[in-house]
Design a protein around this ligand. Structure first.
Ligand SMILES: O=c1[nH]cc([C@@H]2O[C@H](COP(=O)(O)OP(=O)(O)OP(=O)(O)O)[C@@H](O)[C@H]2O)c(=O)[nH]1
Length: 618
């Protein structure tokens, strides 16, 4: 894609979108940006009277949203992102700032004020570059800007207004309308960037990226067209510029960015992207040919990227590069016993995916590979990847027949018998996968709530004790019992961390479905409930509930919690290959737990592999 170079500058960086807005997520993923979504907890309550112009309020809110996420992620070790993007959209009419309506009446007040008039939509955006310093302080560079689009509403009749409000669409949208959906029917004209109204000024964002990553130099200045996103020719030349300025913090001129932001005016001239025909995500070119949306291309190609990662992991490419500096393809091919030609292709694909770096024809691990892909790294997900390659991959290749026949794809894939599932090889692999998954998520789970008042905990199905270790590190008074099947408990020794005081952890053999539960104030069920069929699920929750004393004990659950609309792809893709159990939304977990007497249920979305639920009997 012509514009891809500027977005691809972010490949290999940990980019976080600090926004819960599904529209912002769509706009950015549609152009191929890879990012994590960590919604900001910043409350949009800045005092508007302190700002001399409404756009300054939007920019400051965007900045605070992004900084809150950067700081929160930094606090949780390992998770400092490279870049956090925050945004805030407001509507202004005369001197008033309109945000999301509080209720239907508020939506009515907003829309009736907008009827028949032109208003402005401002989106403030903050791009925060983060760096963890040696003393573990967080260093941030903020680049912010805003975009203005003018929107004129048709005269709206009362009936139309109420019909629209009753559709429910206005409630989560600035100014009470969604121009991309039903709200488009209220709009007579748009002057400026259409996507800015939807929630994210993509064009201006790309220009900012180009300024950051391709600052004009003597060689390139004549080729960069400043009033548009740089042409692809300019990027070819710019790889030279990059050598002088590999880190964005070196190239970013804070003062210049500030003055740009201050002097920013609305986008030049009336451009009506609305009229260029973006329909159902398919942009019609003037010639009438249709552009295949990048989201679809990504979906069609996604398996190739996964399989590239799997093959490189399976062939231990990242291990061979560990502590070696950069190696040529020929040397790596030799180390992994593979053809030079095939190895070179694999390595180049890994570079494109941000897993490896290539300089002067030699390859080395990126930070991401060093931290997560080298098999003996502290936070390695190598075993998880191998499991995905050797097993999940097979499940998914049987997906269509499993769907047609209504069977479970993993039974279908392996023709599994009980011995197979319970055999030693399966158990050992299962333990490695759970161990590596929990190493990454344990800290987020045990700190999602303040658990310091619980003196004793029992992790039911606690496997290798990863959560138990995190609990004892975090809560110095806590004693933890890890309760699991005998064949698991007898294998846990090889998974214990070297430098750990395990005197407060005991491993106890038992079956949580059949045996009496050890006594504890805090019971933990991590990745258990989603896997159980209904009868066993209720049986287990009944037992835990009976073991919990009202006001004293609690149940901590670690699971993927589906969003209420059940649209979050990661969780849905997980459930599609599942066994008899199912993934649940927050409301479904609440109902389930309330049925078993837990009348206070709190949910924390961690932004990590698993979310946390704390259920208490009052
Ligand atoms: O035509 C449209 N106008 C606006 C929107 C959506 O409105 C919201 C604006 O709210 P805000 O900027 O505060 O963002 P949030 O949704 O609260 O998410 P954050 O987590 O980023 O605070 C935004 O979602 C726009 O997309 C629209 O859809 N159409």
């Amino acid at each position: 894609m012509l514009l891809n170079p500027v977005i691809s500058k972010l490949a290999g960086k940990r980019v976080v979108l600090a926004s819960a807005s599904p529209r912002r997520q769509d706009i950015l993923s549609n152009v191929g940006l890879r990012f994590e979504v960590v919604p900001s907890w910043f409350k949009e309550t800045l005092d508007k009277s302190l700002f001399s112009a409404p756009q300054e309020y939007a920019v400051e809110t965007a900045k605070q949203k992004a900084l809150e996420v950067a700081r929160r992620m930094h606090m949780k070790h390992l998770k400092t992102p490279d870049i956090v993007i925050g945004a805030d959209t407001i509507v202004t009419l005369e001197d008033a700032i309109l945000e999301k309506p509080l209720d239907k009446q508020d939506a009515y007040n907003m829309l009736s004020r907008l009827s028949g008039k032109e208003h402005s939509v401002f989106t403030g955006v903050a791009i925060v570059h983060c760096k963890s310093q040696e003393d573990n302080q967080l260093d941030t560079d903020v680049i912010d800007f805003y975009e203005e689009t003018k929107v004129k509403f048709a005269d709206l009749s009362e009936d139309l207004l109420w019909e629209y409000i009753d559709s429910g669409e206005p409630m989560d949208k600035a100014g009470g309308y969604g121009i991309q959906s039903l709200g488009g029917m209220l709009v007579e004209s748009v002057h400026g960037d259409f996507l800015n109204v939807v929630g994210f000024p993509l064009n201006h964002f790309c220009k900012k990226l180009a300024e950051i990553y391709y600052p004009p130099s003597k060689q390139s200045i004549h080729r960069v067209k400043h009033d548009s996103i740089p042409y692809v020719e300019s990027f070819e030349d710019l790889s030279d510029v990059e050598k002088d300025c590999s880190s964005p913090s070196k190239t970013y001129d804070k003062k210049k960015a500030k003055s740009d932001s201050d002097s920013n005016t609305c986008s030049p001239g009336p451009s009506t992207k609305h009229a260029t025909g973006i329909q159902n995500g398919v942009e019609e070119k003037p010639s009438g040919t249709v552009h295949l949306p990048s989201k679809l291309i990504e979906l069609m190609d996604g398996f190739k990227a996964s399989k590239t990662l799997f093959a490189a992991s399976k062939l231990k490419v990242f291990d061979k590069l560990k502590d070696k500096g950069a190696l040529k393809a020929m040397d790596i091919a030799d180390k992994i016993n593979a053809s030079v030609h095939g190895t070179e292709r694999l390595l180049d694909a890994c570079v494109a995916l941000g897993l490896l770096e290539k300089t002067h024809q030699a390859y080395s691990n990126t930070e991401l590979a060093k931290t997560f892909l080298v098999s003996d790294a502290e936070f390695s997900v190598h075993d998880f990847i191998i499991h995905s390659n050797d097993h999940m991959w097979t499940h998914f290749t049987h997906l269509e027949s499993a769907v047609v026949e209504g069977t479970y794809s993993h039974h279908k894939a392996c023709g599994r018998t009980a011995e197979h599932v319970h055999g030693p090889e399966f158990k050992e692999r299962f333990m490695r996968v759970i161990h590596c998954m929990l190493k990454i998520t344990a800290q987020d789970i045990v700190t999602a709530f303040d658990l310091s008042k619980y003196g004793t905990a029992c992790d039911l199905g606690g496997c290798t004790g990863t959560l138990a270790h995190e609990l004892t590190w975090t809560y110095p008074e806590m004693q933890v019992c890890v309760f699991d099947l005998p064949e698991i408990i007898q294998n846990v020794s090889k998974f214990q961390p070297e430098k750990s005081d395990s005197s407060r952890i005991i491993f106890t053999s038992g079956n949580f479905l059949d045996d009496a539960l050890p006594k504890a104030n805090l019971y933990i069920l991590s990745r258990v409930l989603h896997d159980l069929p209904e009868d066993k699920l209720h049986h287990l929750l009944r037992k835990v509930s009976e073991a919990c004393n009202p006001g004293i004990s609690a149940l901590l659950i670690a699971e993927i919690v589906l969003d209420e609309e059940k649209k979050e792809p990661r969780a849905l893709l997980q459930s599609i290959s599942m066994s008899e159990g199912k993934q649940r939304s927050g409301t479904e977990y609440k109902k389930l737990l309330e049925k078993h007497g837990f009348n206070s249920v709190q949910i924390r979305y961690t932004g990590n592999l698993l979310d946390a639920i704390l259920a208490v009997k009052r």
